[in-house]
Design a protein around this ligand. Sequence first.
Ligand SMILES: [Zn+2]
Length: 305
Amino acid sequence: MRLVSLAVLALLAAAPPAHAAVNVMATTEDLADLTREVGGDRVKVETIARGYQDPHFVEAKPSFILKLAKADLLVVVGRELEIGWLPPLIQQSRNAKVQVGAEGYLDASLTARILEIPTGQITRAMGDVHPLGNPHYWLDPDNGRRIAKAIADKLSRMAPADASYFASRYADFDKRLAEAEKRWDAMMAPYKGLKVVTYHRSWPNFVDRFGLDVIGYVEPRPGIPPSPGHTIDLIAEMKRQNVKILLVEPYFDLKTPNSIGRETGAKVLVMPPSVGGDKAITDYITLFDHDLALLVAAIKETGAK
Ligand SMILES: [Zn+2]
């Protein structure tokens, strides 16, 4: 009798889980982490762009096509962030589930708060890589919350038996994020209105959330490399407004930022905008912990106002 029960137990242990995991492909590490937050052990997540890469320009490796071919769900940043590399991967995957508009295609920007939506006619021919509004919107924690909710809702529709699991994972993430936001707001409270310059327009949601003021960019337009004339104007403006902090995403050349730093006395601060942008940035909440600590240290060091 006892032997039989053990045999049954052994069989149960070897049985596959009641619900197979949803195979998710996320275009960035930020989306991948938010998917893991709400999906837990009911998802298997793969990522395309690494956090230390410029998400506008990613090499479309063939290995991604094979992974995408097996995906049940593709989560994208949208707003044309991935337009330079994702469409051929989707097409070549020949996976009907993840084609644009299919049930397994989730554009995370649709429920996020998007800034800098152009009012006039903007085309990519002008070199602007943000033609549909700013695609770096995950850098406001409230958008992280909205993205996590959209992913939880989508997973619940795809795997209804696990809906309560996803809902409770989302509720837990929401709670931890809200606690972290209190900590971040307290850190940044003394620095409202602090003037900074950034290399790329990666930070409008971030500065809006934390009360900073971006007075200029090293790039003349998003995606256009710095030009001597623009750099000279920027240096003059930084001197006039006494700007002491220049934020640079880790994937840009430091030659121009360093020369601007020398001319103006501003500190060049390399600050990753994504999970995985530094070894220490292992998840979405750590991203803000890491960046805000860097920023506050630089503010104290430079005496920036
Ligand atoms: Zn951009």
